[in-house]
Design a protein around this ligand. Structure first.
Ligand code: SAM
Ligand code: SF4
Length: 464
């Protein structure tokens, strides 16, 4: 087998970052990455099974790989579908040689050696047995400015609709010391933004007992050179007030909290086993709204959970109006294998789910149209991400994680057409607000325009 590999990744940010770690491990084992499956000796497919007909899609894709099997290539299926379907994958796609869930990636070097030795059915299906995390110093990072750090893996919450506890194993946190070492290394490499990842990032428990989640956020936020720290996803049950305090006290912590509610109805939340009520959730919203900083709040919602009545759905709509989210990621309930919700009575017809989804998204769009208006005239710090040459605009992201499209046409008295470097931070005055983004113009005088990344938020002076 040639030591070249091609990897395809589906799903959430956790999966994308798992792939970064897998790529780093493969490269460390002497493999070279190629961008074309025809050129690869090993083809890896990192799968997601959170919604829809994920399993069918995987088998469909594997079927397409079939034609390549005669060329001596090897195939590996990773991620949630691998964990969920296990050895069934070998039966349905006999040309696959390796099936591994994310809880077993730390054994990848050994699994690769067995693959190279010609073994034909290698499994890494640790399920909920392991207490270990996938720590690797060889992580490859696809974005040179924003780097991801997994601080907690797996999940022990067992929400009635969700496959994650079965596919990603039990909840296990990394030590604060190892997270800080990784963060420092990233700063040395020039990263200015760090994002903590975990299915429930705020359920973090330092195994050494040294730091709480909020303290870890502050410790990373205070590393010299760090400008932005984000974290996703938080769970309402473990959301503590010190997180809001940490954001208020530490300018490098981004003013954005993603706190998925899933439903506005306490009855539905109970059926979902979310372990909180509407009132509990709204109390956490009030903590965030009482903060000194304007902290943006976003959420995930599921419509059409079994038994959700019109009145329950109406409670979701009123909750959205009460909270005034800056973004909502809404999904139709999708029955997932092995989860309790699959066998629940009172399933909701697909047309009703679609209609509820439409109503929710329309309502949320109205809210965003109105609520984004609060930013008009503000000067926000924006990190440059790309350019839109057709519109002659720079595309960036605010601390609140909003997309900001802006022009750089005037610096002091000078008229310029500038493309500031990707990864640099600029002050931008917001001149227009749309439901999904902000529009503005870079604003500063000639001496102050920081067209190269500058070191600390506290050094950031908005002139004008
Ligand atoms: N741990 C996070 C939490 O508890 O909110 C969410 C992680 S999950 C990977 C991302 C989102 O997918 C969930 O917030 C939920 O809205 C959605 N989701 C998960 N399972 C689903 C299902 N069976 N049907 C529809 N949406 C689902
Ligand atoms: Fe899934 Fe619930 Fe765990 Fe989130 S908390 S990953 S929704 S089981």
């Amino acid at each position: 087998m040639s030591k070249t590999f091609y990897i395809e990744t589906f799903g959430c940010q956790m999966n994308a970052h798992d792939s970064e770690k897998v790529i780093g491990t493969l490269e460390q084992q002497g493999y070279a990455r190629v961008q074309d499956e025809d050129a690869a000796g090993l083809i890896l497919y990192n799968t997601c099974s959170i919604r829809d007909k994920a399993e069918q899609k995987v088998f469909h894709r594997l079927n397409e790989y079939k034609k390549l099997q005669g060329e001596g290539k090897k195939f590996a299926v990773l991620g949630c579908v691998a964990q969920q379907e296990g050895e069934k994958i070998f039966e349905k796609a006999p040309y696959v040689s390796m099936v591994a869930g994310s809880a077993s990636y730390r054994n990848l070097p050994e699994m690769l050696r067995r693959l190279e030795a010609g073994e034909e059915r290698i499994t890494g299906l640790d399920d909920r047995q392991t207490d270990l995390t996938f720590e690797t110093e060889f992580t490859v990072r696809s974005n040179p400015h924003r780097g991801y750090i997994t601080i907690i893996e797996g999940c022990d919450k067992f929400c009635a609709y969700c496959v994650v506890p079965y596919t990603r194993g039990k909840e296990r946190s990394r030590t604060a010391a190892s997270v800080l070492v990784e963060a420092k290394k990233m700063v040395d490499l020039g990263f200015t933004e760090i994002q903590f990842l975990g299915q429930n990032v705020n359920s973090y428990r330092d195994p050494s007992g040294r730091m709480s989640f909020a303290e870890l956020l502050v410790a990373v936020g205070e590393l010299p050179g760090i400008r932005r720290v984000r974290f996703t996803t938080s769970h309402p049950r473990d959301f503590t007030r010190d997180i809001v305090q940490a954001i208020d006290d530490t300018p490098t912590l981004c003013d954005h909290i993603h706190l998925p509610v899933q439903s506005g109805s306490t009855a539905v939340l109970k059926a979902m086993s979310r372990e909180y009520t509407r009132e509990w959730y709204l109390e956490r919203m009030s903590w965030i709204k009482e903060a000194k900083r304007d902290i943006s709040i976003t959420s995930d919602m599921i419509v059409g959970f079994p038994g959700e009545t019109d009145a329950d759905f109406e409670e979701t709509i009123t909750l959205v109006g009460e909270v005034k989210y800056d973004a909502v990621f809404a999904f139709k309930f999708s029955p997932r294998p092995n989860t309790p919700a699959v066998t629940m009575a009172d399933s909701i017809p697909d047309e009703v789910k679609s209609e509820r989804l439409r109503i929710l998204m329309d309502r949320q769009r109205e809210i965003q149209r109105e609520h984004y208006g609060r930013h008009l005239g503000e000067v926000q710090e924006v990190m440059v991400e790309s350019y839109n040459s057709s519109r002659n605009q720079v595309v960036g992201r605010s601390s609140q994680n909003k997309t900001v499209n802006f022009t750089v046409s005037r610096i002091g008295t000078q008229i310029v057409q500038a493309q500031p470097p990707i990864g640099s931070y600029l002050p931008v005055r917001i001149t227009q607000t749309l439901p999904n983004c902000l529009v503005g113009e870079a604003t500063a005088d000639a001496d102050a325009v920081p067209f190269v990344p500058i070191q600390r938020v506290s050094d950031f002076v908005v002139l004008n």
